[in-house]
Design a protein around this ligand. Structure first.
Ligand code: TXA
Ligand code: MG
Length: 323
């Protein structure tokens, strides 16, 4: 069902409406200095699942968490002295830092795609900052374009791509930088994960040494970890309509009345995506000797991303990761 997408002016009234929509779990396109972001409450599983649905992303790649200032960022990630130095030098601005995630800080596991690191950014755009302050919480925000299309630098671009799939766009004119933020990984050795709005030379000067390149925009660093994290310890079988007696059955839809757990009893893919990482953990804890059996999930809409993640969970793990 398409929804009516509002176009809001970036006045204090428009920003207040946008913040209310976000609090209600809605999705709002908003300007940052780099590109327009598609914002949703980073603590709300359903809002984050809807971001993936609106973009039509076939994978749950991790999203950037936007916060209004460094103090807010400290709540979600662990900063080394070096990370603090870089953050103080470049925030607010077009730099995203990938840092160790603090445990149990209330971010949806969909935002981090189950990783134990988190990408955080403090945008410089005055409207982005005003929205973050009015919303008073962390916003997950990938670029506000359908998956595989170019990033939007004007509100009209956002509407062209996502009208009918998001609650509103907050129009603050064209973006000044026009390319995405630079992503610097600081989980261990500093690594350039994506070139972007902050020149690499400026980072190298601040760090005092050249940067190595790890991963790429669409393939975050250490894809093996990405695949294996949240891979349950228990064995996983997919597409199961008749589970064995020693298996914990995770259902989907109304045809699995005996399932111990369900991704969505009504067969709602957004609900299933919102539940996915929680259920993977819960099923792993409760699984018997026979492991976990997942009911079939349709290969449409968010079902593609859910199946992609479940196939990774079911895949045999490389020996070096198990060890
Ligand atoms: O300029 C920008 O950064 C824009 C504006 C809206 O802020 N946002 C943006 O988000 O480009 P997105 O979701 O399109 O890009 C997020 C990138 C992805 O390439 C993802 O792989 C990487 O960040 N990423 C996120 N969390 C990560 C993590 N824990 N480890 C490694 N890479 C991560
Ligand atoms: Mg993008």
């Amino acid at each position: 069902m398409p929804i009516q997408t509002q176009s809001l002016d970036a006045t204090s009234d428009g920003i207040a409406v946008a913040a209310d929509l976000l609090r209600a779990g809605g999705l709002v396109g908003f300007a940052t200095e780099t590109v327009y972001g598609l914002g949703g409450d980073a603590r709300n599983d359903r809002a984050v699942a809807r971001i993936f649905a609106a973009k039509g992303r076939p994978h749950f790649n991790p999203l950037i968490v936007h916060v209004p200032d460094l103090v807010s960022a400290l709540a979600y990630a662990r900063f080394s002295d070096q990370a603090l130095e870089i953050a103080r030098a470049f925030w607010p601005g077009p730099l995203t830092l990938v840092l160790p995630l603090r445990a149990d800080v209330g971010l949806s596991p969909l935002v981090t795609a189950g990783l134990d690191s988190v990408a955080i950014r403090v945008p410089a755009h005055p409207v982005a900052r005003a929205l973050l302050r009015a919303f008073d919480g962390p916003l997950a925000a990938p670029s506000a374009n359908p998956s595989g299309r170019v990033s939007p630098t004007r509100a009209a671009h956002v509407l062209t791509g996502l009208s009918g799939r998001i609650e509103a766009v907050l129009d603050a004119g064209p973006c000044a930088v026009g390319v995405e933020s630079t992503i610097l990984g600081l989980v261990d050795t500093p690594q350039l994960l994506r070139p972007g709005g902050v020149p690499v030379e400026a980072l190298e000067q601040a760090l005092g040494h050249p940067l190595t390149t790890g991963g790429s925009a669409e393939k975050p660093n250490a894809p093996g970890q990405l695949a294996s994290h949240y891979a349950p310890n228990a064995g996983v079988r997919l597409g199961v309509t008749a589970p064995r007696a020693d298996e914990l059955w995770v259902g989907f839809g109304p045809d699995c009345p005996n399932a111990a757990l369900s991704l969505s009893a009504s067969g709602d893919l957004v609900e299933a995506a919102a539940n996915l990482f929680h259920i993977l953990r819960e099923a792993d804890t409760g699984a018997g000797a026979g492991g976990i059996a997942f009911a079939p999930i349709p290969e449409t809409g968010l079902g593609r991303a859910i199946n992609d993640r479940l196939r990774r969970a079911a895949a045999p793990r490389p020996a070096e990761i198990v060890a």
